[in-house]
Ligand binder design. Sequence first.
Ligand SMILES: C[S@@+](CC[C@H](N)C(=O)[O-])C[C@H]1O[C@@H](n2cnc3c(N)ncnc32)[C@H](O)[C@@H]1O
Length: 275
Amino acid sequence: MDDSADFVLLKRHVEQLLKIQCSNYKEDYIKRRFLSRMRSTNTTNYSDYLKYLKSHPQETEPLRNALTINVTEFFRDKEVWDEVKNVILPSLFAQKKRISIWCAGSSTGEEPYTLAILLHDALVNHKDWSGIITATDIDEVVLAKAKAGIFEEKSIQKLPTVQVQRHFTKRPDGLYEVKPHLRELLRFRPHDLMSGVPPVRYVDLITCRNVTIYFTEKQKDDLTRMFHSALVSDGYYIMGKTEYLGRQVEDLFTPKNTAQKIFMKREKPLQPKTP
Ligand SMILES: C[S@@+](CC[C@H](N)C(=O)[O-])C[C@H]1O[C@@H](n2cnc3c(N)ncnc32)[C@H](O)[C@@H]1O
């Protein structure tokens, strides 16, 4: 049976509902994501799933999550990276010469390489400064892609030309490969954020952005506690723009920039005053 007309109808509805452009993704990817939601909702074809989606508003978020599962980009939410460059890195290097960064849920690498670009720019005029970024993800397929450090032109097209020339080599096949000076700052490791054990300790900065959409409130709180234990005193934690600290754990951190979701570890959590 040719279901391409039903697929187009479903795609159009989803674009309007979620305000996303399905054409940003490969068609095969979209189809696989729809199929995974069809399995979870016991619907058997695109037309049935469209009916289900229209009659079950609670299906909207799982579908959004299924479609955006590994989505990432260089300098995603530019303002937060301005803060990393202008405030966080200078404040860390004012205290020590070597820093450690953990990029948790690093997907295909755009976020850890963004950090590497900023770190490299900070190190370039200070020969006695150094740093290491540990990038982790549960999904070994995206991790391998991140480690390869090879990106399509559309991934880097928002970067200023000077940044592209400085940090990437254009290959004969038209892809862009990160230069060794960025690779040297990074190591990639598989890691499940629900394991309860951090892959690194004494970290100065943790970024964990747009990762916890599937986590329960308890899992998010446990994760916040794990990040708190992995950070040095006064270490920074950056969340995604739409994420928040749960009530149970918010006292573990001091907000540093509320709009950009930047927090600092509080060594002694606030205690409720005893009478
Ligand atoms: C939407 S991407 C976010 C990428 C990047 N942090 C950003 O904000 O652009 C979410 C990533 O989190 C990873 N992830 C989901 N659950 C995870 C878990 N339990 N442990 C580690 N990584 C996880 C996914 O594999 C995916 O690559």
